[in-house]
Structure formats: C-alpha cells, structure tokens
Design a binder for this molecule. Structure first.
Ligand code: BTN
Length: 264
C-alpha cells in the first residue's frame, strides 16, 4: 500500500468522484485519520479532502470503542464533507457508499447492519463485520462547519483482538484472493460522491431506499434495544426519514437512535 498506488487510481477515476478524494493525503501511520481530517478541516481544507493511513495507532470506532488498525491489514480513510443539506443522513449515506464500493471493487455482496456496520452474510443468519463508519461533525457560530466521514475496511486476515475475532472478517478472507486497496478506495469515494450529491439535491428518499435494499436485517429481524422506557425486544420495521431504526414491539413502533442494538 503506497501513496503512489492510491494517487494513480485516483487520477484515473477523477471524473467519477466530483471532487471527493482531492486533495489526497497519505500517511504511513497516524493516530486516527478522523482526527487528522478534522485538524485539516479546522485549518480550512476543502470539501472532498481525503486522508488515508496505512496504520492507525489510536483508531476510533462508534460508541467510544477503538478500531483495530494494524499496518496494511485494512483501509483506514477519512473524508471531509462540507454539504450542510447532506449532513443529517450522512451516516446512512456513508454506509451505502462503503457497501456499494466494496460490491463494485471486490464483487462481494456486502450488506449494511444498522446504523452502518458493513457485514457479509455467512449463512444460518450469521453475519461478520467487514467494515465500519464513523461520522463526526463540527459546528461553529454559523452552524455546521463540516462532517468527517471515516471508514475502516478489513482487507486482509489478521490477528483480531479476542473480543471481535469471531465477529470480524476481511475482504481477502471472504474472496480467497488478493484485494486491490486503491480500487476499493476509489469505488467507495465515487459512491460517496454520488450519495452526497443526492442528499445535497434533497433526494433523501433515494438514499434511504438504497440503504433499505442493502440492509435486509432492518426488516423482520428480532432485536433487543434501548427504547424510550428501557430495554425492549422487538422486530425491525425499517428506518425513519431521520435514519432512526424502527422496531415493532408490543403492538407499537419505537424509533431507536442510540445505536445500542443487539441482534437476536
Ligand atoms: C465502527 O464500526 O465502530 C466505526 C469504525 C470506524 C473506523 C475508521 S478507520 C478510519 C477512521 N479513523 C478512525 O479513527 N476511525 C475511522
């Protein structure tokens, strides 16, 4: 994984990315690409600026978790998005983009598990995680300044920490062959560019519709989650227009926004 390989792939795909991926910053190692992208954004870096690292020493996941980021085993990337109309649904749009990018570049049937875990179906209702997305926004006195869309994609099998080892997989492990990291980055960025443009144009329903298609577990799956009045068990019933997971429980529908959902 070298800067030059990424730069060549980016140059060959410029017309499909509407500025997402430029300027491009590659580092052999960073604490977190999200932190570096946020630092660049605070310094005025434009919409589309993309940071990739071959390794992260302090990779972060959702809900305060860490993201295991050893050298070369994953694609660790963050994109600065300056599109206020797109912001409310960027988390879901990011999931759509990464699933689509993996589908196009690796021909692997990646799915989304709410809110935006990227998983593959291993049969018997089991799913293993291939990638995750962390969107982080910063506001100033004039409202939202930027959102950083960070994504980590497991490329190669590696010694995952014990707490995630039986739930994680990689593109190479699923395909049984080498994966081209620059091609995966380029397809994810092209898909992100398309989805951000849709949201910016007010086409939220297109993004939600695509998200639903890519997320079979968002309908008819048994889950346990934190509802308004404590823990509830229920059956998934799609997503609301603001991205909340809808869960049917005791004859009513609860909108879940916390992210603490356990699939049963
Ligand atoms: C999750 O599933 O919990 C989200 C994981 C997001 C990890 C990526 S790796 C690149 C970027 N930099 C970070 O520190 N986190 C995101």
């Amino acid at each position: 994984m070298t800067a030059r390989e990424f730069e060549q792939a980016l140059a060959a795909s410029r017309s499909r990315r509407a500025g997402i991926g430029e300027p491009f910053h590659f580092h052999d190692e960073l604490g977190s690409t999200n932190d570096e992208a946020a630092r660049l954004a605070e310094a005025g870096a434009p919409h589309g600026t993309t940071v990739v690292a071959a390794a992260q020493t302090a990779g972060r996941g959702r809900l305060g978790r860490s993201w295991f980021s050893p050298p070369g085993a994953g694609l660790y990337a963050s994109v600065i998005v300056r599109a206020p109309r797109a912001a409310p649904l960027l988390t879901l749009a990011g999931g759509v983009a990464i699933a689509e990018g993996i589908r196009v570049a690796a021909l692997l049937p990646a799915e989304i598990k709410w809110p935006n875990d990227i998983v593959v179906d291993c049969g018997l209702g089991r799913r293993r995680k291939l990638a995750g997305i962390l969107t982080e926004g910063a506001s100033g006195k004039d409202g939202l300044q930027h959102v950083v869309v960070g994504f980590g994609i497991n490329l190669l099998p590696t010694a995952y920490p014990p707490d995630i080892a039986d739930r994680a997989t990689s593109i190479a492990a699923e395909l049984g062959r080498h994966v081209d990291a620059p091609a995966i980055l380029v397809e994810c960025l092209a898909a992100l560019a398309q989805r951000v443009a849709e949201l910016a144009a007010g086409n939220h329903l297109d993004v939600l519709g695509r998200w639903m298609t890519l997320s079979p577990s968002a309908t008819g799956a048994r889950v346990e989650c934190e509802g308004l009045h404590g823990a509830v068990k229920g059956t998934t019933a799609g997503v609301a227009e603001d991205g909340a997971l809808l869960v049917r429980t005791h004859g009513r529908i609860e909108a879940i926004r916390s992210g603490l959902v356990r699939w049963l």
